[in-house]
Design a protein around this ligand. Structure first.
Ligand code: NAD
Length: 306
């Protein structure tokens, strides 16, 4: 079967997701859609010219009709964070855009898997799940896959260990109330907390650096796109190849440590059908408190939309 992804929003993030998919030869076809069709056309040309060096992906300047035979549609359109602006402040601006775009996608393909990237990603994922509750396992926000990657990168550097051997998550909101799960973080099968060479000050510094990375990057180059491009391509590969990967994506929470009716990131198993299993996540008492704080912040932000 042909594998196809439609990406809505051909800006920095949308085009970088496409580039990452092309470089890794993950899908057969990519359609890019943007309100600015001149931009989309130029991105398509530039991306097409990379294909002869690396693979065989077909890439087109598309329309919503492309969603009909796409297994996955990615929503990256909307405004990006301004320097110093929190992700939650973006909510009103982007909700209206996302609402109209998602209506077009599901009108063309009610079975599509929808990946939300536009920020504030958790609030917009929730906003969309509320409108399409029957698709709750097929509506995923990229959530804290990016924050967890930043965390693992920093931990790998701290211990001078391959970051693929570090298993550690940042969960909750993709944003200011996110929290690190130190209790379950391991290097191989050794708990990181048992490792002598990480102090409380190191832990604080590493988490703060991971959490604030987007602010730091945006100060210097206005937007972040390489890491989310790679992360989103990783998520798409898990779906189209039915990898059953455990990923911390934003999804509807229905009763984890007393938290429900909010979208935030917890590790789930991702495959061809979207979320194929919700995992029983173990959190310490302190982490459970942080989960509640994050859920409350996100519920307050979501309430502004209702
Ligand atoms: P960008 O401005 O470069 O691109 C956004 C594109 O959306 C523009 O080309 C614009 O023309 C298009 N657009 C706007 N309204 C549209 C509509 N109704 N239909 C089709 N296209 C439309 O911004 P960017 O840097 O690519 O960021 C995109 C979004 O991704 C932002 O909300 C940003 O905050 C978010 N983001 C999320 C993560 C994450 O981890 N979830 C990481 C980085 C960026």
């Amino acid at each position: 079967m042909k594998t196809k992804v439609t990406i809505i929003g051909a800006g920095m993030v949308g085009s970088t997701i496409a580039f990452s998919l092309i470089l890794q030869d993950i899908v057969d076809e990519i359609a890019l859609i943007d309100l600015n069709s001149e931009l989309a056309e130029s991105q398509v040309m530039d991306l097409q010219h990379s294909v002869p060096f690396v693979g065989r992906t077909t890439i087109t300047n598309g329309s919503y009709n492309d969603c009909s035979d796409s297994q996955v549609t990615v929503v990256t359109c909307g405004a990006a964070q301004k320097p110093g602006e929190s992700r939650l402040a973006l909510v009103q601006r982007n909700a209206a855009i996302v609402e109209s775009v998602v209506a077009e996608v599901f009108a063309k393909n009610p079975d599509s898997i929808l990946i939300m990237v536009t920020n504030p990603v958790d609030v917009l994922t929730y906003f969309t799940v509320r409108k399409y509750p029957q698709a709750k396992n097929r509506i995923l926000g990229t959530g804290t896959i990016l924050d967890s990657a930043r965390f693992r990168h920093l931990l790998g550097a701290h211990f001078d260990i391959d970051n693929r051997s570090i298993h550690a998550y940042i969960l909750g909101e993709h944003g200011d109330s996110e929290f690190p799960v130190w209790s379950g973080a391991t290097m191989g099968n050794m708990r990181l907390l048992n490792h002598g060479s990480i102090s409380d000050a190191d832990k604080k510094r590493i988490f703060e650096e991971a959490k604030n990375a987007a602010y730091t990057i945006i100060e210097g180059k206005q937007s972040t796109y390489h890491a989310i491009g790679a992360g989103c391509a990783h998520l798409i590969r898990a779906i189209v190849r039915n990898r059953k990967s455990v990923l911390a994506v934003s999804h509807l929470i229905e009763g984890i440590y007393g938290v429900s009716d909010v979208c935030l990131s917890m590790p789930v198993v991702v495959g061809r059908a979207g979320i194929v299993e919700r995992l029983e996540v173990e959190l310490s008492k302190e982490e459970q408190k942080l989960l509640h704080i994050s859920a409350t912040a996100l519920k307050e932000a979501a309430a502004e939309l209702s």
